[in-house]
Design a protein around this ligand. Structure first.
Ligand SMILES: [Zn+2]
Length: 270
């Protein structure tokens, strides 16, 4: 199974960074970029999951509807894009419920997919899968297996994986992990974020083709060379956030057409 997924959030949803309201209001490229992504997927006849930050969905309901009408799946990426470690259980549940209400109001059907901001659902928050299940989530994409900048869970801390379908059953939720690709024997996250933009597109294609399971994670800002640069990032973070923006959309196009992507609906049938 190979799934294309996108986290639909604004350029300032960078985690750990406080951004001025002035900056938040100075750029509105979300819609054109998502439109280009939708055209690209339509040309290749590929379906994806779009995880929306609730506040972003509320500000762009027509975009959510357009994605639904294009035959893609919609998931929650929380309401305000806060890390799990920044919320207690009650705040997490309220934040999730609010995002689901916003999305379900726009879409008119129950939302069953979830991804935590920054893959921040770590081993100490595994009990929150019961809250996810209680709120109607059936499929989770929050686990960054064996590493990650803001989270990650070691496989040894998880229940036994369903090898044939590549998911973990946690608290009644099927959790499909993000798994690093292997290039020259080294694990690298080639199918999302900064490393996708940094390394040649052929590496990502090779990684996706050579594995029988992969999940991507892209954001609109990964393809927006004109986004405002957030000033108070460290050097490494800044490099990772803005490297390769001019060529990344072409890379995405090649990746979408070169790989045999699964229709996300497949996981509902398993
Ligand atoms: Zn995010």
């Amino acid at each position: 199974m190979k799934l294309l997924t996108f986290d639909i959030e604004e350029f300032y949803h960078l985690l750990d960074v406080v951004v001025d309201d002035d900056i938040k209001q100075c750029h509105t490229s979300l819609y054109p970029i998502c439109d280009e992504i939708l055209s690209l997927l339509a040309k290749a006849n590929v379906k994806a999951i779009f995880f929306f930050v609730g506040e972003t969905a509320r500000a762009n309901p027509e975009l959510v509807r357009k994605i639904v009408l294009s035959g893609h799946q919609i998931g929650s990426h929380s309401m305000r894009h806060k890390l799990h470690s920044e919320m207690d259980d009650e705040e997490f549940e309220n934040d999730l419920r609010e995002s689901l209400e916003v999305l379900e109001e726009i879409c008119g059907f129950p939302i069953v997919y979830y991804r935590a901001p920054g893959f921040s659902l770590t081993a100490r928050f595994l009990h929150r899968y019961q809250l996810l299940e209680k709120c109607g989530i059936k499929f989770d994409f929050s686990i960054f297996l064996n590493g990650g900048s803001h989270g990650g869970i070691n496989e040894s801390d998880l229940p036994k994986k369903f090898q044939s379908d590549n998911f973990f059953n946690i608290g009644g939720v099927k959790a499909y992990p993000f798994v690093k690709s292997k290039i020259l024997g080294l694990p690298i996250s080639l199918l999302g974020g900064g490393y996708f933009r940094l390394f040649p597109g052929t590496w990502a294609i090779a990684a996706a083709r050579s594995s029988n399971y992969c999940v991507t994670y892209f954001h609109p800002r990964d393809f927006d060379p004109d986004q405002p640069v957030i000033e108070n990032l460290g050097l490494v973070r800044r490099f990772r956030s803005y490297v390769g923006l001019r060529s990344s959309f072409k890379k995405l196009g090649r990746l979408v057409s070169a790989v045999d992507w699964s229709d996300p609906q497949i996981i509902r049938q398993n």
